[in-house]
Design a protein around this ligand. Sequence first.
Ligand code: NDP
Ligand code: 2IT
Length: 449
Amino acid sequence: MPILHEKLHEIYDEVLHRNAGETEFHQAVHEVLDSLGPVVAKHPDYTDAAVMRRLCEPERQIIFRVAWVDDAGQVQINRGFRVEFNSALGPYKGGLRFHPSVNLGIVKFLGFEQTFKNSLTGMPIGGGKGGSDFDPKGRSDGEVMRFCQAFMTELYRHIGEHTDVPAGDIGVGGREIGYLFGQYKRITNRFESGVLTGKGIAWGGSQVRTEATGFGVVFFVDEILRANADSFDGKKVVISGSGNVAIYAIEKVEKLGGTVIACSDSSGYIVDEAGIDLELLKEIKERRRERISCYADERGPSARFIEDSTVWEVPCDIALPCATQNELNGHDAAVLAKNGCTIVAEGANMPCTPEAVRVFTEAGVVFAPGKAANAGGVATSALEMQQNASRDSWSFEHTEGRLAEIMRGVHDRSLATADEYGSPGNYVVGANIAGFIQVADAMLALGVI
Ligand code: NDP
Ligand code: 2IT
């Protein structure tokens, strides 16, 4: 890893020491500290007030047992997490992830990233993240409901519309938010809409929240293209994953004139040279919750399924990693660059390894980090909170317009900050510094807490 500024190096050592073994958290912290050298040099007051050191220590970390009964009558035990990372700018805000890989280090990396991402949106939201090592795959609706009820039976005491507002992430979509909200309402006897986002439209949800992360990533890439007097027209796009973020990224790319020719899940990927048939993909992944190979079986001769391989071997102009952390390594990055890919934007959180980011930078591939490119999801969650607070609901067109405007703001702020701090065109540096400064200034104003 590159050498950090001396004062930041001390902070990183402390993080390594205090959070032994939490490799994803170390990676996320290192990536931010690596950008902050010029800020430390320019603003000694941040160091004097230990702002960076305080930012690396979550305000509160909650770990709890979740016991529930499966369809066979067996008692199952899972572990639940909520890491309330930083509330300098507003209530803790961030998703819940249900996936067998979830552990404290992963939740901390996600909560840390979320703090900077939320700041970068310019909206009044702090950072937090949570989840469980519960694996929803193969579980019945009834099992998912009982798990969500057991999870909320502990979580409810820690959250609230002014305190901490969870939402979805991997393995948590509209169905799970419904069961979680139902149990919160039942326990508290309050219809407190603003306590969760990603709700159904009929019961306090916002238009566009389902689509927001995927649409937002594509709006961000559209800003990059426009800045280079280019457009999506005729571009070949490859996307990893086939969940919430991937599906709506595909929808918007196709709307803007590009063609998505490949996407994936954890079993392999599909290539469809005719362009992904979105309705078929939604039917298989969203409604039937089946594997991506079914797409190739049902689509006909234009599509094929490649098992246990990486989607990054498919040549494209634009790549959007939308599955999970560290899914695109240095080798994949080199293959993408060699095949002519010119823009990579992270729909997922930290999907590119540090080595991959280095390869992209050296090869002149424009790289947009997740905390900027995927901020549309949480930004629209903040719009949902705004609608809940005013007991209002906005049209699809109005909300999508707000999302596009927010993504333009995130893009322009990242670029302007990169310029100001001597790294023109570097979205990583720009997003990290712009996200940092807003939280840091709030922390200075609020005193040592
Ligand atoms: P979903 O659960 O809807 O979809 C996840 C997709 O990624 C699935 O296709 C899944 O495949 C694949 N995937 C997950 N874990 C792995 C793994 N370990 N290896 C290979 N593939 C994997 O989640 P989302 O679409 O909501 O989230 C995707 C990414 O976007 C995550 O990084 C999340 O943190 C990030 N994100 C999500 C936001 C949101 O609003 N939902 C907002 C901002 C970022 P399979 O089904 O086979 O597991
Ligand atoms: O990573 C993310 O930004 C999310 N999973 C969305 C969080 C939210 O509160 O909408």
